[in-house]
Ligand binder design. Structure first.
Ligand code: PEP
Ligand code: CO
Length: 448
């Protein structure tokens, strides 16, 4: 491999999953404007997260990375952001309570706008149009105007990401996550949910412990200072990522200041491809989706290419095999990484290997399969002297009906009621909290 890297060296490689813009001059002009805008995140935050991910790899922290499959520009609104933030923080408290470890909260948020697709075009009733590639590229409506890639959407997406992040920073900094205000913590659960009582017991117990600590210390614990939220998205649209790839004063290397934690999607992991070329040059921690068809040798080469110094906290491997395949496919990869003494954080995405279509053609996932993959993941890592240090989920704080199962017993005929995702099915609020309790109980019992 030619080792000379620049933020644009990916352009000399084979690049997949990129839109074809009809007006390339307009695109160039937009990217120049994008590059001039202030960044969304800072190098301090990125370095801080990298340090925390290293802790998770060592078993001293647990990562929850979660959010929409695909954010929409339209859903950039107060209630949706509050709901998504709330469910993420509530899940993290359940996980802390279960594991007694620090929990790192990373949203698929403030930039998760570009989607990889399995085909370039979509045909309906004999009409063929470019496929929908996410709100930063084109629009989901099935007509020519909506499907035309529009550079202006890159700017709209960047601005929405900034608005989202600004509001999150305000909420967190202002005490939204402060446990002195349990009214912020009330569940939106249907009160008959079996997890509701359990959750309230937990919040009361956290409050008591906090008051005890404050009595001992003689001062107030400022919980709000301790809650961090980081952002992540798939680093798919490479011109968009390049526009905010910068040097910062008094630090070495290039930072992607669009997000704290970009990841390489399963479809764009080719070792000699443009995405890996772009990612090998940035300082940010990097996630890699790992799934069926990936041999240990490929994974090792990928990790070595992206992290030649074997820096801790740099690489997170997000495996997504599916409940039926994980038992056969994960172990050889763990062995390969161990034998090569590569420093990685292992996390499990129990969503993307468990997608199926119902007889009526609705894309869904079963809660039981999701839980099954997660439980198997904990078990396989445990049996191989490895650590599962996190989960990666598609979920929302909203009451959608996209995945079947869970305490609410959603069945296939219920799916049409509130199916809002334009891409993959997400866990809804109840299912997300239920899943957090299940993981927490699992971590607690495997500690005994
Ligand atoms: C995703 O995380 O939304 C996604 C497309 O995942 P994967 O790359 O693992 O298929
Ligand atoms: Co998805």
């Amino acid at each position: 491999m030619n080792n000379h890297w620049t933020p644009s060296s990916w352009q000399k490689k084979i690049v997949t999953q990129q839109p074809v813009y009809p007006d390339s001059q307009n695109l160039e002009e937009t990217l120049r404007r994008l590059a001039k805008l202030p960044p969304l995140v800072t190098s301090w935050e990125i370095e801080n997260l990298k340090g925390q991910l290293a802790e998770a790899a060592a078993g001293n922290a647990f990562l929850i990375q979660a959010g929409d499959c695909s954010e929409s520009l339209e859903d950039c609104e107060t209630d949706a952001i509050v709901r998504n933030l709330k469910v993420l923080i509530q899940m993290s408290f359940v996980l802390i309570f279960g594991s007694m470890k620090k929990v790192i909260r990373v949203g698929r948020i403030a930039g998760q706008y570009a989607k990889p697709r399995s085909a370039q075009t979509e045909t309906r009733d004999g009409v063929t149009l470019p496929v929908y590639r996410g709100d930063i590229v084109n629009r989901s409506g099935f007509n020519e105007a909506d499907r035309r890639p529009d550079p202006e959407l890159l700017l709209r997406g960047y601005e929405r990401a900034a608005l989202t992040l600004n509001f999150i920073r305000g909420l967190i900094g202002g005490g939204f996550a402060d446990l002195h205000h349990p009214e912020n913590w009330d569940l939106d659960f249907a009160s008959e949910s079996p997890r509701s009582k359990q959750y309230h017991r937990m919040v009361n117990s956290i409050n008591e412990s906090m008051r005890f600590m404050e009595a001992v210390l003689g001062s107030t614990l400022r919980e709000s200072q301790a809650v961090d939220i980081f952002t992540s998205h798939e680093g798919l649209h490479l011109s968009y990522e390049q526009a905010q790839t910068r040097h910062v004063p008094r630090r070495e290397g290039w930072y992607n200041l669009n997000t704290h934690f970009p990841w390489i999607g399963f479809r764009t992991r080719a070792i000699d491809g443009a995405h890996v070329e772009y990612f090998r040059g940035i300082v940010n921690p990097v996630g890699i989706k790992v799934g069926p068809g990936m041999e240990a040798e490929e994974l090792i080469r990928l990790v070595e290419t992206l992290n030649p110094e074997n820096e801790k906290g740099k690489i997170t491997l997000i495996h997504r095999f599916g409940a039926d395949q994980i038992a056969n496919l994960l172990e050889p990869l763990i062995a390969g990484i161990k034998d090569s003494e590569l420093n990685v954080l292992w996390t499990c995405d129990p969503m993307h290997g468990n997608t199926y279509s119902t007889n009526t053609g609705i894309k869904t996932r079963s809660f039981d399969q999701i839980i099954s993959e997660l439980k198997q993941a904990f078990k396989i890592h445990g049996a191989n002297d490895s650590i599962l240090g996190g989960v990666h989920l598609e979920m929302t704080g909203d009451n959608v009906t996209e995945c079947v199962g869970g305490a609410g017993k959603l069945a296939e005929p219920d799916l049409h009621r509130a199916y809002k995702s334009t891409v993959d099915p997400r866990l809804n609020y109840d299912q997300a909290i239920e899943l957090a309790f299940t993981i927490a109980e699992h971590m607690k019992s495997s500690d005994d």
